[in-house]
Design a protein around this ligand. Structure first.
Ligand code: PEP
Length: 244
């Protein structure tokens, strides 16, 4: 699975141009590769309308409300996101954790996503200090607690906070070890619904090959390197070429 997170970038013209450029280039993407893109919420409908009828591009959103509906000015509900054609939603991105989202809010967002029929891409990861002081596993364990009550299909994205947007990535063995921890935690929770683990943080067309070659890694969540369509297409090609 290759997921583009556009963050706060794009406008109507660039959304349409990106969709058309990627669709033209990915005609023979193998079935086992899922290509997801998450534009800013105001452009979900534009993105949905721009997709070709036989598209391989799946729509996702970058966040959803923890409330189903009601007096929540400015929020965007999971049901509305699904209604606009999205199948996935990012939950727990570090850029939202930093803005004050709590575990209680993430629990509500997970419940709303599940009720709406969206698959969450749940983001977790340690800070640089936490890694330096040997707390990575403890942080991942704590961040995954909220998933205990979550039974449906789930994608977890391991995104070290210090790797996002920095050009830095963990060593391959560190990525593999974190993914093993995450898989072990999910197994321990006794949930047997579909589960995948992505790596995110400064992935680009050059380093993606080594990352996808890791047996523990099911795909990548990509920020800045997903904005240029040719760069996203190169990473889809890397996933297509990956033997697993
Ligand atoms: C992200 O924001 O999820 C991300 C991985 O960003 P970048 O690829 O730019 O590090």
């Amino acid at each position: 699975m290759i997921v583009a997170n556009w963050k706060l970038h794009g406008d109507r013209a660039s959304v349409r141009a990106w969709v058309h450029a990627v669709e033209q280039a990915q005609w023979n993407l193998p079935e086992r590769v899922t290509a997801v893109f998450c534009p800013p919420a105001p452009y979900l409908a534009v993105a949905e309308a721009a997709r070709a009828p036989n598209t391989r591009l799946v729509l996702g959103a970058q966040a959803c409300s923890d409330q189903w509906e009601g007096a929540c000015t400015g929020e965007i509900s999971a049901r509305q996101i699904r209604d606009l054609g999205a199948c996935y939603v990012l939950i727990g991105h570090s850029e939202r954790r930093r803005r004050g989202e709590t575990d209680a809010m993430r629990a509500g967002q997970l419940a709303a996503a599940s009720r709406a029929g969206l698959t969450p891409i749940f983001c977790i990861g340690e800070t640089a200090d936490e890694r330096k002081t040997g707390k990575t596993d403890a942080v991942l364990t704590a961040q995954m607690q909220v998933l205990h009550e979550y039974h449906a299909e789930l994608v977890v994205a391991y995104e070290p906070v210090w790797a996002i947007g920095s050009g830095l990535t963990p060593a391959a063995e560190e990525i593999a070890a974190a993914h093993r921890t995450i898989r072990g935690l999910r197994q321990k929770s006794g949930r047997d619904s579909a589960f995948s683990v992505l790596y995110g943080g400064s992935v680009n067309p050059t380093n993606i090959h080594e990352i996808l070659a890791l047996a523990e890694v099911d795909g990548a969540l990509i920020g800045s390197a997903s904005l240029a369509p040719e760069s996203f297409v190169a990473m889809l090609s890397a996933a297509a070429a990956c033997g697993r």
